[in-house]
Design a protein around this ligand. Structure first.
Ligand code: ATP
Ligand code: MG
Length: 208
């Protein structure tokens, strides 16, 4: 029998800048879990980074649009950019559930570095109860199952799913550092993103 529930992946991040690691992760999860779409959600004020992204939201938004344009399953959401106040995932999922209705299931996509800190997120338990988490285990950062079980009990087992994804040791931090020292970022970000960064002169003189 066909599954009539809609499955939507949520790929949150600072995307400062968006890179191939983000795109491969989102596509692998989409494929493995049969998602109908993946929403990339650039954070306005990342609560876990002391409220600072290095380039303004509009640049991060445009780069995310450029990076995802060729994939018909990918869309970029402005939900956190257009909101006043912090980019709490709990609030984002709550608003999206209202918008999409009860027949949609949400799959929140993260790396293991992010999920291990879930107990520090705003209204984490309620968030975990509202959606599934698909976790890509990043090199050197194993999933901290003991910490997750201690904080969330059975809910952690039921709602947190692990996916082995190719080890692409790419990070926005490394990309920003490369740009500052004049090294190539070709193939680490899509060509359109590399062109935009160079045209706009981004990351040349910002803090890492
Ligand atoms: P920064 O270096 O600035 O922290 P980042 O590369 O970690 O940037 P974020 O925007 O912080 O990128 O990440 C958004 C999400 O993508 C997080 O859940 C993170 O774990 C995941 N992610 C980032 N890079 C990779 C990668 N290379 N492989 C798998 N997941 C990744
Ligand atoms: Mg990060």
């Amino acid at each position: 029998m066909a599954d009539s529930r809609r499955k939507v992946g949520l790929m949150g991040g600072t995307f400062d800048p968006v890179h191939t690691g983000h795109l491969v992760l989102a596509e692998d999860v989409r494929d493995a879990f049969g998602l109908d779409e993946v929403l990339f959600i650039p954070a306005a004020q990342p609560p876990h980074k002391g409220g600072v992204a290095t380039v303004p939201p509009e640049h991060r938004y445009v780069m995310t649009e450029l990076a995802t344009a060729s994939n018909p399953f990918f869309r970029v959401s402005r939900i956190e950019l257009d909101r006043k106040g912090p980019s709490y995932s709990w609030l984002t999922v709550t608003e999206l559930q209202e918008k999409y209705g009860a027949s949609t299931d949400f799959y929140f996509i993260t790396g293991s570095d992010a999920i291990n800190l879930l107990d520090t997120w705003h209204r984490a338990e309620e968030l975990l109860a509202r959606c599934h988490f698909i976790v890509s285990v990043r090199e050197g950062v194993p999933l901290d199952e003991a910490r997750l079980a201690k904080s969330f009990g059975a809910l952690a087992k039921e709602h947190i799913h692990r996916l082995m994804t190719p080890a692409l040791e790419i990070s926005s931090t490394d990309i920003r550092e490369r740009i500052r020292r004049g090294a190539s970022i070709r193939y680490i970000v899509p060509d359109a993103v590399a062109d935009y960064i160079s045209k706009e002169g981004l990351y040349l003189e910002h803090e890492l």
